[in-house]
Design a protein around this ligand. Sequence first.
Ligand code: ADP
Length: 494
Amino acid sequence: MPSPKRPIPPDARELLFGDLWEYDPAPESAPAFIEPRYGLFINGKFVAPKTRNYFDSISPRNEEKLSEIAVAGAADVDAAYQSAATAFTSWSKLPGTERAKYLFRIARLLQDRAREFAVAETLDGGKPIKESRDFDVPMAAAHFFYHAGWADKLGYVTPGRTLAPLGVIGQIIPWNFPLLMLAWKLAPALATGNTVVLKPAETTSITALKFASILQDAGLPPGVVNIVTGAGETGAAVVNHPLAAKIAFTGSTEVGKSIQRALAGTAKRLTLELGGKAANIVLEDAPLDQAVEGVINGIFFNQGHVCCAGSRLLVQESIADKVLSKLKIRLKSLRTGDPLDKNTDVGAINSQAQLDRIRELVACGVAEGADLYQAASKLPAKGFYFPPTLFSNVAMSHRIARDEIFGPVLSILTFRTPEEAVEKANNTCYGLSAGVWTDKGSRILKMSTELKAGVVWANSFNKFDPASPFGGYKESGFGREGGKQGLLDYANLI
Ligand code: ADP
C-alpha cells in the first residue's frame, strides 16, 4: 500500500486502477422466478388478454428471451378501469389506518423478496445488480413504508384541510427504474385512497408483474391495482379512457407533450415527469476528488438512463484540465459488462433502440468537433453495451450539449464565473435537476435559487428520499413525486 501521505503519481494510478487488475467473475446466483408467460393483472388476478397477443421480453444482458408479455388492447384497458372504479367505492372509504396496513404489508413483503426482485430487475432492464440490490429495491420498499405513514395522517398535510382521493388514476411508467417508478406512483395514490390502472414500459414489465403477486399476498382488495402491459398504443388507451380522473406519466418529453395535448379540454388531472439535461457545476474551490466521484456517479449511474443524470459537466476553466485528467483516470477503473456480476459498475443499455440512439448522438458529437474519450474495455459479445464516454471541448450549440442522450455519455463544458455557470446551466429547455460543487455555503444557497431545476444537489448528486419531492420545471414536466407535495398531486383539498 502506498503511504497515504505520499500522493500516487498519475501514471502509477493509471497502472494501479486501469491496466493491471483483472477480476474473476462474481455473478449473483439467486433465482429470479420469472414466469414463461404473463397475462394482465386485472381485478386481483392474472387474465389472458382479449387481444390474444403476447410479445417477447428479452434481456439486454445477452439478448435471451425472458418471458412473454401480454398486449392489452382497448377492451382490456377498459376492463382494468371498470375493476378499478368498482374497487374505488370501498377502498376510498377505508379508514387511513386500514390502508396503511396494506402499504406496510406490501413494503415488508417486498423486503422479504428483495434479492429475487433485484435479480429480476437486473435481468430485465440491464442495470448492475449492485444498483438494483442496493438502490432500486430498498428504495421502492422505502416509498411504501413512507406513504404507509401518511395514510392515516392526511388531515395534517395542509392544516385545517384534508385530502380527498381523486378516483381512478392511470399511471404510465418508463423503463429506467421499473420497480422504483412503480413504487413512486402506486404508494402515494393508494395512501390517498385512489385506485390505479398502471402500465409498465414494454421493455421492462417483469418486476411490475412479479409485484402483482406481492399485492395478492398482501391481500390487497381486487381491483385496487390493475396492471396492463403493452407499448404506446396501450399507453394511449390508458390516457384516453373516460374513467381516468388523473394521468401520472413518467417518460419522454415527446410522449408527455402528446399526452398533454390529448387531455386538453378534459377534467382529468395530469402530472408529467419528463426528460432532463442536468448541469453538474464544479467550481474551483470544490473538493475535487469528491466532485469527480459525484460527476462519475451523476452520469454513469444506471448507464446514464436517468432523467436527472448530470449529463453536462460545467467545470470552472482554471481547474478544467485537472478535472478532466482525474475523470479519465476514474473512467479506467469503471467496469462495464455483465450486469449480473457484483463487480460491474456500468451494465447493459436497456434496448437495441436506445443503443442506436446513443451511438447516433455520440457520432454527432464527434462530427461536431468535440473530443471523445473512452477507456479501453472488453464488452460482452452478446447484449447491448456502450462504453462510458467523455466529451471535452463541447460547445453549447452541440447536440450532445442540448439533447438528452440517456446513456453513459458526459459532455464537458467550461465557464469562468459562477454567473456564467448559472446562465449556461439554465440555457436548456429542461429543468429537472442540477448539482453544485463548492466549498462555500453561501455560494450554494445563491446558485441553488438561481438554477431553474426542480432538484439541486449540493456537494452530492443523485440522492433520493421518499420524503423529498422530485419533479421538474419547463419541458421536464410538472407535479411532484414524494413528500407532502407528492400527496397533494393525488388528492383534492377539502
Ligand atoms: P422512451 O422514449 O424513453 O422509451 P417513452 O416516453 O416512449 O420513453 O415511454 C415511456 C412510457 O410511455 C412507456 O411505458 C411507453 O410504453 C409509454 N408510451 C409510449 N407512447 C405512448 C403514448 N402515445 N401514450 C401513452 N403512453 C405511451
